[in-house]
Design a protein around this ligand. Structure first.
Ligand SMILES: [Zn+2]
Length: 540
């Protein structure tokens, strides 16, 4: 996602939140964030979320059929459901199971030991009035400008268990999923996956059925219930489906045409769209946008830039629709390649932000790509490490977006060979698509494929707050420049280009020893390629 964090950005800058230390995790945070024994003892296979939504009563009810394989013998598993919602019953076949609730967790107990290697299916029935919370409401029962119900979910961070029961963590995903949503006749539900059809239930409600053919993280599962009109297109054999309110249809036809160029750009760099069987959908929503898998939501005013602003402030953002590009980039990074813990969410956000930069480069060339990328420097705080504490449901700071993208641009300069860089990017995506990974997997991949020990570089940018500083000392009499890195990682020895723009020289400073080079350039003339490497420079 981008939006929750961006939502706090403006306020955060005003209020100075970016420097605030994270509060200690609560018991509830640990229950949500930890991959505890009653989560680790099983592997999710399948969900069928089958619900009825009453817009008038703001009420939701139904069941989630959960299929899982036991990895260890056990009699208990952990699922999650927000305290505001009621557990009606949990069945194994016809046997009602005992359960124990603890804040948002639901510990389900089985009368007999579940055996490692065996597959079990339970039906988790629930109902109630879900709580609207967070900037986008998590689940929001609203009305469109014409007065029709407009109900949308956007629950990343808060967690999908806000509105449906599931194993609410990031490490484990179902292999595929069905979503059935009964809503009053005349409304449309757009959820994730392939549309399978709708059935009139004869009681004033119609059930909309969707099938997700791929692994999906919980927060991506979405409802978009409204008075939508649909139009369709194709990119090769990929179905493109678009949904907008009637009053916005013409604007949507014009603006959503950008989806094709975006898909072409990302397919160029990374390979085919990840969710071919599910198709690509773009759906109007009453908030800025969200990367819901194969069902990206859009609320960017049908205008270029981000909420009609020049997002990186250098004149390039007004050429394209930020939300279409950023949220759809998550189809590759976030939805296909997924972090296994929210702590490592840069795997989603740094990459999606970097993909904006690649989109600009694909459309308008390298120079504009660099300009757009470096425009992000003004948004970086360097106040907290990009990687947050693990296992406690911690949300990393906003630097995971902007500093994260600037770091990936820096990594390209370290590789210093674009043909190799493109191969690395594509290889990285192909290696980890449809998987849930941690930073260690990323670092191991880049170390192995480049043959360079990049661990101190990754660690400096991701695990420390401060940027590395290139310290330069000039001796005019001798015509020399001495240099070394000041960094938190003692092993930080990143090569960097220095000298003059038309004749860069690569130097390899370390943190331990001063090295010198001869240079005819004075202190004022001597440059460091700070558009290519995101570093500080200190001159003495
Ligand atoms: Zn995002």
């Amino acid at each position: 996602m981008c939006d929750r964090a961006y939502g706090t950005l403006a306020l955060g800058v005003l209020l100075g939140w970016t420097c605030a230390a994270a509060p200690a995790p609560t018991h509830a945070d640990i229950l949500r964030g930890e991959y505890g024994p009653y989560r680790a003892n099983n592997d999710l296979l399948f969900y069928h979320l089958d619900i009825r939504v009453d817009p008038e009563k703001k009420f939701i009810g139904g069941k989630n059929t959960i299929r899982f394989k036991m990895l260890k013998d056990g009699t208990r598993i952990q699922l999650d459901l927000h305290e505001a919602l009621q557990v009606d019953k949990i069945l194994l076949g016809s046997t009602a199971l005992q359960y124990q609730r603890d804040s948002g967790a639901v510990f389900v107990d089985f009368p007999e030991t579940l055996r490692a290697g065996r597959v079990y299916t339970i039906d988790f029935y629930y109902s109630g009035n879900p709580v609207e919370t967070g900037r986008f409401g998590g689940i929001a029962f609203r009305q469109d400008p014409s007065g029709h119900p407009w109900i949308n979910t956007a629950c990343e961070g808060i967690g999908a268990s806000l509105w449906w029961p599931n194993k609410d963590q990031w490490r484990d995903e179902v292999e595929n999923m069905r979503i059935s949503v009964a809503i009053p006749n005349g409304l449309v539900d757009v959820s994730n996956g392939q549309f399978m059809g709708k059935t009139d239930l004869g009681d004033g409600y119609t059930r909309w059925d969707w099938r997700v053919h791929y692994p999906i993280n919980n927060y991506d599962v979405s409802l978009n219930i409204g008075n939508y009109l649909h139009f369709a297109d194709r990119l090769g054999d990929l179905p493109l489906d678009f949904y907008a309110l009637p009053e916005d249809l013409e604007k949507a036809r014009k603006q959503f045409a950008q989806a094709k160029g975006m898909l072409e750009a990302f397919q160029h760099y990374f390979g085919g769209y990840p969710f071919q069987k599910d198709g690509y959908k773009l759906i109007e929503a009453p908030y800025a946008g969200m990367e819901h898998q194969s069902a990206v939501t859009y609320g960017n005013h049908f205008a270029n830039g981000y909420l009609e602003r020049d997002w990186t402030g250098v004149g390039i953002s007004p050429r394209f629709d930020f939300i279409i590009v950023h949220e759809s980039a998550h189809e590759w990074f976030g939805n296909s390649v997924t972090a296994a813990d929210q702590s490592d969410m840069w795997i989603h956000e740094a990459w999606a932000t970097y993909l904006e930069c690649l989109y600009v480069e694909y459309m308008w060339g390298r120079e504009d790509g660099l300009k757009y990328t470096n425009g992000y420097k003004s948004k970086v705080a360097n106040a907290q490490p990009i990687i947050a504490p693990r296992g406690v449901n911690a949300t990393p700071p906003q630097d995971m977006y902007f500093k994260g993208a600037l770091f990936l641009n820096t990594l390209r300069s370290v590789v210093d060979d674009d043909r190799r860089w493109w191969a690395l990017l594509r290889g990285y995506y192909q290696r980890f698509k449809y998987r849930n990974i941690m930073t260690e997997d990323v670092v191991e991949y880049f170390n192995r494929k480049t043959g360079i020990n990049l661990t101190p570089v990754f660690d400096q940018y991701l695990r420390h707050s401060a940027l590395p500083t290139l310290e330069l000392t000039f001796d005019d009499a001798k015509g020399t420049v001495s240099y070394r890195w000041k960094a938190d990682e003692p092993g930080f020895a990143m090569p960097v280009r220095v000298g003059g723009k038309d004749h860069w020289q690569v130097v390899r400073p370390t943190t331990t020893t001063w090295q010198s080079m001869e240079s005819p350039l004075s202190k004022d003339q001597f440059q460091v390629a700070t558009d290519l490497y995101y570093v500080n420079v200190a001159r003495n």
